[in-house]
Write a protein that binds this ligand. Structure first.
Ligand SMILES: Nc1ncnc2c1ncn2[C@@H]1O[C@H](COP(=O)(O)OP(=O)(O)OP(=O)(O)O)[C@@H](O)[C@H]1O
Ligand SMILES: [Mg+2]
Length: 471
C-alpha cells in the first residue's frame, strides 16, 4: 500500500480522528489537573507561610524588647533550617522601619522594602514575587500591653512548590502519552473492525466490475454493513443469472437467425436456379417431343443458362464460404485506381464522366486486396449500371478518426425506400440479369475487415456508397 493510499484510507482517517480527540481531551484534562494542583499547593504554602510568620513574630517580642540581636538571629537560623528550608530569608525592623537583623542566603538577597510597606502592615501582608519565586510576608511584632514594637519580614520560597509541580507535570506527561498512544491503537483497532467489511465489499465490487459475475463477499460485521454485504451477494447472483439468461437468449437468437438466413438463401438459390433449369428443360422436352436434335441456337441458349447457374452457385459459395485470406498492408487508392481502369470501357459505353478525388495521404489498411478489389468493383459496377443513360461517377478517398473511407457517388435514379433495407440481402435484385449477390458479398467482406458500409441515396439525384475501414 502506498503512503498516499494509506493517508486516503478511511481506516487511517478514523484512527487519526480518534487519536486527535483522545489527545486533545487528555491535554485539556491534564492542564485542568495541573492548574487545580498549583492552586491548592499555592494556598497551602501561603497558609503555611503566614502561620510561620505569626509564630515567629510572637517569638520575636522578647528579643526585640531587650534588643537581643543574637537571639533574633538564632531564631531565624533555626526556623530556616527547621522548616524544610522553606524560609528563604528573615528580617526584623524597628518601629521606624530601621533594620535590626537581616538573615538571608547570599544567593537570594531579599529586595528592599519600603518603610511605608512595613509600618502600614496592621496585619499580615503577603506579596507574591514571581521573579524571585517567593512569597514576601510582612507582619507587625506586637507586645502585650505595648502594642506594635517592630516588624517581621519573612521570605517563603516557592522552590518546593515548583519542584512538586514539575514532578506532577512529568507524571501527567507520561500518563497523557500512554493515553494518547492507547487512543491511537484503539482507534486503529476500531477502524479496522468497522472498515474491514467495507474493504471486503469494495473488493467484491471490483471483482464484479472486472467481469467476475456472481462473485460473492464474506458476510461479516453487523447492522447496515451486514445488510449491505448480503444485498451485494444477492445482486451479484442476480446479475450473473440475468447475464447468463441474456447470453442463452442471444445464442438462441443467433441460431434462429442462422436457420432463417439459411432458409432464405436456399429459397433464393432454388428460385434463381429454377428459371434457367426450366428453360433448359423446356428446350429439351420440345426436342424430345418433336423427335429431332437440338439446333445450334437451342444449344447456345442452354449453354447460356448453364453458365448462369454456374455463376449463381459460384457467387453463393463465395458468400457462404468466403475464402480465408491473409490480411496485408493495402493501399485503398491503388485498388480504386485498378477498378477504375477495369471499368473504364463500361463507363465510356454509357457516356459516364469520371471524377477522381483521391487523398494520397491516407494510411494503408490491413486488408485482403482481392476481397477489397471485389467489393469496390461490385459497387462501381452497380453505379455504372445505375447510369445507363450517362451521368457522373465520382470516386473519393479520405481518412477520418481511425478510419479510411472510399466513396462511390453516382448520379443515377437512387434507391427507393422500400428497397433500401433489402439491397444487402442475398439474391435481392431489380435487374433482369442480376444475381443480387454483389452487395451481399461486398457487405460480408467489409464486415470481415472490421469495417462498415453506408448508403446515402436520393431519388433522381443519385447514390453514395461508402466503405469505412479501420486503420
Ligand atoms: N448505385 C445504385 N443505384 C441504384 N440502385 C442500386 C445501386 N446499387 C445497388 N442498387 C440496388 O440494389 C440491388 C442489389 O445490388 P447487388 O449489387 O447486390 O445486386 P445486383 O447488382 O442486382 O446483381 P449482381 O451485382 O449480383 O449482378 C440492385 O439490384 C439495385 O436495385
Ligand atoms: Mg451489383
Amino acid at each position: 500500500m502506498t503512503i498516499k493510499r494509506l493517508l486516503n484510507s478511511i481506516a487511517f482517517r478514523i484512527s487519526i480522528s480518534i487519536a486527535l480527540v483522545v489527545a486533545s481531551t487528555t491535554v485539556t484534562v491534564a492542564w485542568l489537573i495541573l492548574r487545580e494542583e498549583r492552586h491548592v499547593l499555592e494556598l497551602e504554602l501561603q497558609k503555611k507561610g503566614t502561620y510561620l510568620a505569626e509564630i515567629i513574630s510572637h517569638q520575636m517580642v522578647e528579643p526585640l524588647l531587650y534588643e537581643e540581636r543574637y537571639a533574633i538571629y538564632s531564631l531565624f537560623q533555626s526556623s530556616m533550617t527547621a522548616e524544610k528550608g522553606i524560609v528563604a530569608f528573615g528580617e526584623v525592623y524597628g518601629l521606624k522601619g530601621e533594620p535590626i537583623v537581616k538573615v538571608y542566603d547570599e544567593k537570594l538577597k531579599p529586595p528592599h522594602v519600603d518603610k511605608a510597606v512595613l509600618s502600614g502592615s496592621q496585619s499580615i501582608i503577603l506579596r507574591d514575587n514571581p521573579a524571585l519565586q517567593i512569597y514576601d510576608i510582612s507582619v507587625p511584632i506586637v507586645a502585650k500591653g505595648l502594642g506594635t514594637v517592630g516588624y517581621l519580614r519573612l521570605g517563603i520560597t516557592k522552590k518546593f512548590l515548583i519542584e512538586t509541580l514539575a514532578g506532577i507535570k512529568k507524571k501527567l506527561y507520561l500518563l497523557s502519552s500512554v493515553i494518547v498512544l492507547s487512543g491511537i491503537m484503539a482507534g486503529l483497532w476500531m477502524a479496522r473492525k468497522i472498515i474491514r467489511p467495507v474493504l471486503i465489499l469494495n473488493q467484491g465490487v471490483k471483482r464484479v466490475g472486472s467481469g467476475e459475475l456472481g462473485a460473492e463477499v464474506e458476510v461479516i460485521g453487523e447492522g447496515e454493513i451486514k445488510e449491505l454485504s448480503v444485498a451485494f451477494n444477492e445482486m451479484s447472483r442476480k446479475v450473473k443469472e440475468s447475464v447468463d439468461a441474456i447470453k442463452a437468449a442471444q445464442e438462441n437468437l443467433i441460431r434462429t437467425e442462422k436457420l432463417y438466413a439459411l432458409g432464405e438463401f436456399s429459397a433464393g438459390l432454388a428460385h434463381e436456379i429454377k428459371n434457367p433449369l426450366t428453360s433448359i428443360k423446356m428446350l429439351m422436352q420440345t426436342a424430345k417431343e418433336k423427335n429431332h436434335a437440338l439446333c445450334a441456337a437451342d444449344i447456345e441458349i442452354i449453354e447460356g443458362e448453364i453458365n448462369r447457374i454456374d455463376r449463381i452457385v459460384k457467387e453463393f459459395l463465395a458468400f457462404a464460404r468466403p475464402a480465408k485470406a491473409e490480411f496485408i498492408s493495402t493501399d485503398i487508392n491503388e485498388l480504386l485506381k485498378e477498378v477504375i481502369t477495369l471499368s473504364r470501357p463500361n463507363m465510356e459505353q454509357s457516356n459516364i464522366n469520371l471524377i477522381e478525388e483521391l487523398d494520397f495521404s491516407i494510411p494503408k489498411v490491413k486488408a485482403h486486396p482481392d476481397g477489397m478489389r471485389q467489393v469496390i468493383l461490385n459497387i462501381v459496377l452497380n453505379a455504372i449500371q445505375a447510369m445507363e443513360r450517362g451521368g457522373t461517377l465520382k470516386v473519393t478517398s479520405s481518412a477520418g478518426d481511425g478510419t479510411v473511407s472510399a466513396c462511390i457517388h453516382d448520379t443515377g435514379p437512387g434507391i427507393p425506400d422500400e428497397n433500401l433495407n433489402r439491397i444487402f440481402d442475398p439474391f435481392f435484385t431489380t435487374k433482369e440479369d442480376g444475381t443480387g449477390m454483389g452487395l451481399a458479398i461486398a457487405y460480408n467482406i467489409v464486415r470481415e475487415h472490421g469495417g462498415s458500409m453506408e448508403v446515402d441515396t436520393a431519388i433522381n439525384r443519385g447514390t453514395i456508397v461508402s466503405i469505412l475501414l479501420p486503420t
